[in-house]
Write a protein that binds this ligand. Sequence first.
Ligand code: TRP
Length: 432
Amino acid sequence: MQKRENFGGRLAVIMAMAGSAIGLGNIWRFPYLVGQNGGAAFVLVYIAACALLALPIFMAEAVIGRRSGSNTFGAMQKLAPGTRWKWLGLVTVGAPLLLLSYYSVVGGWAVDYFMKACSFRFMGDTSGIFGRFIASTWEPLITHTVFMALTAGIILLGVTKGIEKFTKITMPMLFVLIVGIVIYGLTLPGAWKGVEYMVKPDFSKIDARVVATAMGQAFFSLSLGVGTILTYASYMRKEENIVSSGNYTALFDLLFALLAGFAVMPAVFAAGIQPEEGAGLVFDTLPYIFSRMGWAGAVVSILFFFSILIAALTSSISLLEVGVAYLVEEKGWNRRRSTLVLALGTWVLGVLCSLSSVIFDLFDQLCSNWLMPFGGILFTLFVGWKMSKADVRNELTNGGTRNRRIFPLVYFLIRYLAPVGIVVVFLSNLLS
Ligand code: TRP
């Protein structure tokens, strides 16, 4: 058996986890969900969902991953041998691949926009640009293929040379660019309406569906419920601090989502686009901003779509890694074969998503509304009720040396609040 690799240190762990968390979920999905769910009220519910439901699940997954030092399936075999928990291990090998299939299609959109930016396509009239792209058959298929190939390429390089190197450089760059775009966007005429939309809540907009959507988005954005965080945490060294890594990851993730919201919403109002538009929102408004900026816009658009692409890749590799870790450790395959087989299978599913928006939506619903909450509940129940409290405490407090005061709170959230909260939101959504 090969020796297992580890992330190099505290910074590497946070960068890799933040790299997984920060992605299309923040930049593409969050702004359009804000637009579809009533603006600032949704933002508030979202923040609450992150803190109370998502963060405890993050810690639960990380506890399982680091305690076992295994892939999702191996973790269940080690920590609960001979039980039905192994099914949780298996489902969470498959779920990320399903997610990756349509994630890669959207990643392909980013590839396309990056190429458009490089050929100065955003310097002229950009109206209806997304609709035309989506209506064509071949372009999205080709870019989906490119995106999947890039993902597989990074995974082939391995944990330290691939994932770790890549994320450390690119995440700070994305941050700088997005802040720049926010600042520019605020100078557009009519932009302040968008700021108001982001910060002035209309509480009458909150209902069960909005809460459920916010919860689903919190799961999606923090990469929860399908074993991604579990797998990454299995590469964490024993002296690393799970609680603080989780807090930092969630904080950075929230920051990027809010920044994306503030980059997009002012432009939406300045351009007279409807915030309810849906999946195309970002891909319509950002070109509009860039087209107003002249040559500066041309340069910034290249850098920006490059960064989105990178952010998407640091997430997609985390999705592929779950299955690769499983095949390498449980089936004895080599890394190369595992990566190629899984990437190819996922690519085929992605082709279906690219050709049919019905399948695309079906996969998205299945993952966000069912598999992630389902996985999230089971991971928290596992840590809260199946593992011994001493083991959990040991992981969360590094053997009693850190986080001692906050441990009872975290344990309570994992054991009671998160599972109950998810069930309540889930049921009320089904009933309404
Ligand atoms: N969190 C990533 C994003 O926001 C996507 C992602 C990566 C993900 N791994 C995941 C989503 C696992 C759900 C589960 O773009």
